[in-house]
Write a protein that binds this ligand. Sequence first.
Ligand code: NAD
Length: 367
Amino acid sequence: MHTNPIDRRDFLRTSAKAAAVLAVPGSLMNLTAARPETRLGVALLGLGNYATNQLAPALGYTEHCRLAGIVTGTPSKIAEWKQKYDLPDKNIYSYDNFDSIADNPDIDIVYVVTPNALHLPFAERAARAGKHVICEKPMEISSDRCKMMIEACAKAGKKLQIGYRLRYDPFHQEIERLGREQVHGKVKMVNTGFSFYGVNNSNWRFTDPKLSGGGPMMDIGIYCLQGIRYATGEEPVAVTAQSFKTIMDKLPGMEETIFWQMEFPSGATAVCSTSYVARDNYLRVSTENGVYGVDPAYTYGPLAGYINNQSMGEYNHRQQTAQMDAFALSIKNNTPVKTPGEEGLRDMLCIEAIYKAARKKKRISLL
Ligand code: NAD
């Protein structure tokens, strides 16, 4: 009979702990220690800004997974992570010995949080090692590389989630529902923008197009693309786009500001922008009978939603905690992933069409 590997691992963890407890005299038995570890183990790979300041803290609140290990190319980071998160030496990997994670039953999920063009090689290695994969956005730097990642995970029989944290945020889920159920009539137009002013930074995303794959479109415009797609519930049929640069000696080989427009099968349209020299952060949906949106929309929080002139409230939701718990549950229950590789691929196909439209200065069909 086929045994689910997760169930078997959980069983082994449980029985090892039960055996340890049985060896202790009854009066000293610690019931907390006897509780089986049912949370899946996550190893964060690439301990930069997002992993350090968002994902690791978010794993302090997850119910169905936990921070169990790290994979890093920077040995000087290890001591602090070990001490802060109580990580055993056997769950700490370098990029060189990472493949041996295959033999570590503490790790169920590898979360790839490196520069964009390194997502594919690390995701492939994680899947080959028999681990489920979470990959940060943008999924990769081309649709071909996204397809390769999907294939690698499928071939290994492992699940793949793209780290689209906002799909697990209640405001954004409400935007999706209002459109799907046509609560205020059909969606007619979406206006959205996500920008920040950060062009002087020396990080790879501003300096190395081979690693970033592009400018703000890849980095933050992708949230607008997601927003448009779940607000309309449709896939675009065509795009037009215009790209601009105001600081000529910065952002080599990538855009600084890009405006784009999208057409949908229902006739709905979208008008969007992303930039490293502006300060936008909104999603606004116009329908037959009203207007609703989220503003601020795309940052970690607090976010604020509205319907017509009424506030839907303003709050901080633990987006990353919800995202990682949802993935852990989809593994435990073997249910579909809400933001699978195919979602990342669809966005990448749109981004490629938007870049092409800007370059050729003409309407590009997505059909
Ligand atoms: P970062 O530069 O702060 O961290 C990148 C990490 O990758 C560092 O630890 C670095 O040492 C490591 N790395 C490995 N090989 C490298 C190489 N060849 N060059 C440079 N660094 C290398 O970046 P970040 O802001 O943490 O972004 C990492 C990923 O997470 C990106 O794909 C980014 O788009 C994504 N991200 C997502 C969100 C979100 O809200 N979902 C937010 C920020 C970043």
